[in-house]
Design a protein around this ligand. Structure first.
Ligand code: XMP
Length: 507
């Protein structure tokens, strides 16, 4: 195991992902984890994350200096590097030039960290403080034009620090550096693999559940589907899946989910058609957060009613994945949008314990596990679909007519993206029904109809994203199909904003 100590940076999950991609198991722990606990875990290495604070500020997150005496290799990233330097007697201060963005860094090949890395390599910088003077015994191992200490180390003690962020994709050889830290410095064995994980999980679930009853709220999304199938492989029909159709799914989606789960897997599948209830509650509501709240609450209510019919169950399944654990347990980052998982925890469902079979996995690992378990590829690679569904893709108030318009437009968009062979290279793409109506002309008639916005982004982690460059002819074809085939749409626009400053969804 490798431990990642969280100092509040925005890329902490990415660090953990990169480490796992190198086949090394890791966990993110809060920075105030005790040295005792860290020693108990016997990590092969420790990584300090970045963070927004200044090491010299009062109340900035810190750590017991004793961590450097444990004989465990440490890699400090950005704030983590500054903190290491500061604690060991070096000086950190506000940089004369704030560095942000892609920056050329010149590395020293004698450092184990930079084995096989190009002499001049592009790295992602994002810092206002810098290491003005490094601590005794350290040497500089990389520099950039405005950052004299872009990386430093004390190799005799296996202590390494980098000012840039090797974990983000913009650092072109960042993964290589992390790999070097894990294998050249920490001597990890690299035995974290997926097939052994699913096999072991099914065995453990079988032992834990025994002959008891399990209940699962199935959304049809990747996480809840993989969790459900994993449990069904362990205990078959002892599992009941409740699928609440809130009428805000994409075209035909409810039927597709039902088909997969009733035909392919051995579970009790209950579909609740609750469209009317949701539409009534949402009527006239325009605020995005209020929509989310209403849907989340109603979802729980419907689920509870169904669960009551089943009676007492022993276990409730949650499709929690590792990023959720990190975010809810440790994160200090600002809430941009609430309720990223519809459902929450039903208060009144009668169960004894929660099981979270995917708690230790990242999204890409959940997908790998899904394929291992025999879930159809189209479900496993389904792009993320928000819990509140089309409700947050219709700007303003929601009506059945608008849902219908959006479902049709979105279906055409998705069909044509697949036809163009772009469906796997674009991270997420969908149509949005804006609340703009404008004048158009159809035949000889004046129209006054809706504008549909098309959104498509490439992203690795959904925390940052760039707009996808879809060829003009593909966009042109989609545009004419939608305005020709979908009534009440007379204008199509394409969103060319990244995240930040926009978000992926419009609401
Ligand atoms: P944003 O819009 O925040 O989206 O850039 C990032 C990712 O999260 C999804 N998303 C949601 N998922 N409930 C969800 O389950 C929500 O309320 C919600 N809002 C956004 C979004 O689809 C994207 O993948």
């Amino acid at each position: 195991i490798v431990i990642i100590l969280d100092f509040g940076g925005q890329y902490n999950q990415l660090i953990a992902r990169r480490v796992r991609e190198c086949n090394v198991y890791c966990e993110v722990l809060p920075h105030n984890t005790s040295l005792e606990r860290i020693k108990e875990l016997q990590p092969k290495g420790i990584i300090f994350t970045g963070g927004p604070a200044s090491v010299y500020a009062e109340d900035s997150p810190t750590i017991d200096k004793g961590i450097f005496e444990l004989g465990i290799p440490v890699l400090g990233i950005c704030y983590g590097a500054q903190l290491m330097n500061y604690l060991l007697g070096g000086k950190v201060s506000k940089a004369p030039v704030r560095e942000y963005g892609k920056t050329e860094v010149t590395v020293n090949h004698e450092s184990k960290l930079f084995k096989d890395v190009s002499k001049n390599t592009i790295c992602w910088m994002s810092h206002t403080d810098y290491i003005e003077q490094f601590a005794e015994g350290f040497t500089i191992s990389a520099q950039s034009e405005s950052c004299p200490v872009a990386a430093f180390e004390k190799s005799s003690q296996n202590l390494y620090g980098v000012q840039f962020h090797p974990e983000v994709v913009h650092s072109q050889e960042g993964t290589k550096m992390i790999n070097n830290f894990l294998y050249e410095v920490c001597k990890c064995s690299g035995d974290w693999k997926m097939d052994s994980f699913t096999e072991q999980s099914i065995k453990d679930l079988k032992a834990k559940i025994g002959d008891k009853k399990v209940l699962c709220a199935l959304s049809g999304g990747v996480d809840s589907s993989v969790a459900a199938v994993m449990i069904s492989k362990a205990v078959g029909k002892q599992l009941t899946c409740i699928f609440v159709d809130h009428g805000l799914l994409r075209k035909n989606e409810g039927d597709e989910v039902e088909k997969v789960f009733t035909e392919q897997f051995d579970v009790n599948f209950v579909r609740v058609n609750a469209q009317e209830r949701f539409y009534n509650k949402l009527a006239g509501v325009t605020d995005p957060e209020t929509k989310r709240k209403i849907i989340g609450e109603e979802f729980i209510r419907v689920f509870e009613e169904e669960a009551k019919k089943i009676g007492t169950v022993d276990f409730l399944v949650q499709g929690t994945i590792y990023p959720d654990v990190i975010e809810s347990g440790l994160g200090k980052s600002a809430v941009i949008k609430s309720h990223h998982n519809v459902g929450g925890l039903p208060d009144y469902v009668d169960f004894k314990e929660i099981i979270e079979p995917l708690r230790d996995l990242f999204k890409d690992e959940v997908r790998k596990a899904g394929l291992e378990l025999g879930i159809p590829e189209r479900l496993v690679f389904r792009q993320p679909f928000p819990g509140p569904g089309l409700a947050i893709r219709i700007i303003g108030d929601i009506t059945e007519e608008k849902i219908k318009i959006l479902q049709e437009a979105d279906a055409i968009y998705r069909e044509e993206i697949a036809n163009a062979g772009l469906d796997r290279s674009i991270g997420q793409y969908f149509a949005v029904l804006t609340n703009i109506r404008s004048v158009g002309v159809m035949g000889d008639e004046r129209t006054y109809d809706y504008t549909v916005a098309l959104r498509a982004v490439t992203t690795t982690d959904f925390m940052t994203a760039e707009f996808a460059e879809i060829p003009w002819d593909v966009l042109g074809h989609i545009s004419s199909r939608i305005v020709n085939e979908v009534k009440h749409v007379n204008r199509i626009v394409y969103d060319i904003t990244g995240k930040p400053p926009a978000t992926i969804e419009f609401e």
